[in-house]
Design a protein around this ligand. Structure first.
Ligand SMILES: [Fe+2]
Length: 248
């Protein structure tokens, strides 16, 4: 599908359909997230100032994030290449698209749009530990950017935490990852009792492959965002092991 992918957000160019898409997706996800979403995510949505009626203004959102954790938001027309993406993270910048899917595409999209990038990823960057983990992953990735095995390892960790992680709150796994928060299919899948919920364990994550084209068949459950942040030295240790193994 041919679509306009702006290099910067021009708010006046959003159409009534864009507002309808944002409103529909926001309300539909919130119906579930009020019950099954992590309290941390829900609080963060309030703190960052998102609501159903307004498509977020990227500049204002960036200013709010900067005041909270020193992170900023930049607009990219589409998925940014891996090296640029990790460089952005290492500099406490999160790249987002500013275009929205159409009403006809509510449930299926070939690439991330603004609803995934903004609604899914930005709120939790208001949390210090989460933001520190993201920066740490970016810095580790840049250090090992020319070692594909290391980037693949980091990709798995990012996938199972930032995109598809669950967060334990009062003993119950709650929706947390951007890929679940922004997707009705993953939301319903993740609350099913028949899907495996593994405890946060780096070695298992590193040894587990994932698919991007199907609903997840397992999720990892974190104890807290502090647990994520504190795992950075162990992730670095795992990267050294990979390098040693590759160079044997
Ligand atoms: Fe994402």
């Amino acid at each position: 599908m041919k679509r306009n992918k702006p290099l910067q957000q021009v708010y006046e160019l959003y159409t009534p359909e864009d507002f309808k898409v944002w409103d529909t997706l926001f309300n539909r996800q919130m119906q579930y997230l009020h019950q099954y979403g992590s309290g941390l995510y829900l609080d963060s949505v309030k703190r960052i100032g998102f609501n159903a009626l307004e498509i977020p203004d990227i500049k204002k959102t960036s200013e709010r994030l900067y005041c909270a954790t020193g992170w900023q938001v930049t607009v990219a027309p589409e998925l940014v290449p891996q090296k640029s993406f990790f460089t952005f993270l290492s500099q406490k910048v999160f790249p987002v698209t500013c275009w929205l899917r159409t009403m006809a595409e509510l449930d299926y999209l070939e690439e991330p749009d603004m609803f995934h990038d903004v609604f899914g990823h930005l709120p939790l960057l208001m949390d210090d530990a989460y933001a520190g983990f993201m920066e740490g992953i970016g810095k580790l990735a840049i250090k090992w950017i020319d070692t594909p095995e290391a980037i693949s390892l980091l990709g798995r960790i990012y996938w199972f935490t930032i995109e598809f992680g669950l967060l334990k709150e009062k003993g119950t796994p709650k929706i947390f990852g951007a890929g679940i928060v922004s997707s009705l299919g993953e939301t319903i899948n993740s609350i099913s009792n028949s899907i495996a919920k593994n405890e946060f364990d780096l070695n298992t994550m590193i040894a587990t492959d994932y698919r991007t084209d199907i609903l997840q068949d397992r999720y990892f459950v974190m104890e807290s965002t502090e647990q994520l942040y504190k795992s950075l030295p162990a992730i670095e240790g795992a990267l050294y092991n990979v390098i040693e193994w590759v160079s044997l």
